[in-house]
Design a protein around this ligand. Sequence first.
Ligand SMILES: Nc1nc2c(c(=O)[nH]1)N[C@@H](CN(C=O)c1ccc(C(=O)N[C@@H](CCC(=O)O)C(=O)O)cc1)CN2
Length: 299
Amino acid sequence: MPVPSSSNAVSPNASMPAGDFVLVLDCPDRPGIVHAVSAFLLEHGGNILESQQFGDVDTGRFFMRIDFVTAGPTLVEQLRADFVEIAARFQMRYELWDAEAPYRTLIMVSKHLHCLNDLLFRHSTGALQIDIPVVVSNHPDAEALVRSYGLDFAHVPVTPETKPAAEAELLRLVKEHDVDLVVLARYMQVLSDDLCRELSGRAINIHHSFLPSFKGAKPYHQAYDRGVKLVGATAHYVTGDLDEGPIIEQDVIRVDHNHTREQLVAAGRDVEAQVLSRAVRWHSESRVLLNGHRTVVFR
Ligand SMILES: Nc1nc2c(c(=O)[nH]1)N[C@@H](CN(C=O)c1ccc(C(=O)N[C@@H](CCC(=O)O)C(=O)O)cc1)CN2
């Protein structure tokens, strides 16, 4: 559960204003977890705005997300330091960060721009808690759209020969811009295992089918040939196993025998854009916790 790099930034108003924070954790399930966490918040003047939890009976793990405010001056670093003892006692994985800190998000795209366009518009209206330092593409097609939003664009062509150098350039941009999240908004190149390991848990892809059906580069053609009555989209974390990463969000739309291949593609576009934008919003609000090869989503 990576935290936004900007959450480490001490609030500009050095007088340490009251804060809004989010705590996410998972640990072996046992009695007393909620009691210990709520006592910690009380001791630190915290008031809970939203709390969600889930116990997975199969894995025996407990998951929790708490959004809380503090009346008095509070530094996130102090909260993190004070929480270490509880985390150790319950063997927790946890993150605690400033709830308003934007996720620094690098978006990747190829030639289909509808998901990128949706993300850029939602970002421009403040509907997504992200900063977008750069958009990267293996084609020049998206440049005009990206620059129309006043954002930076990097054209990084990919051929089988240049793929290692292209991926090295992507990682250089990730590090240069202190990126918290990489979004594959219809980026049509398969990322290498090494790159997937570097971006583990912080790269989200939109696949244009209702997984596990129709994996690969041309799912709508497969769907048409199969004669399906629903087409959909799946947002998932990117792993080395193509289209197999932990699923964050899915949705479908009804189609029928009248739909041509092209009309299936058109029907699916809106579903793809909405599913990806929801997944990016939930990840940027730390509402998505990894649970093995699955996810817990506190919507
Ligand atoms: N390591 C991963 N990389 C990528 C994933 C993933 O799940 N793991 N998802 C894809 C997106 N995608 C389906 O959602 C997808 C994209 C591309 C291909 C593919 O076969 N691409 C060919 C080239 C196609 C072209 O040039 O147009 C290839 O890379 O040889 C399959 C699935 C993004 N990356």
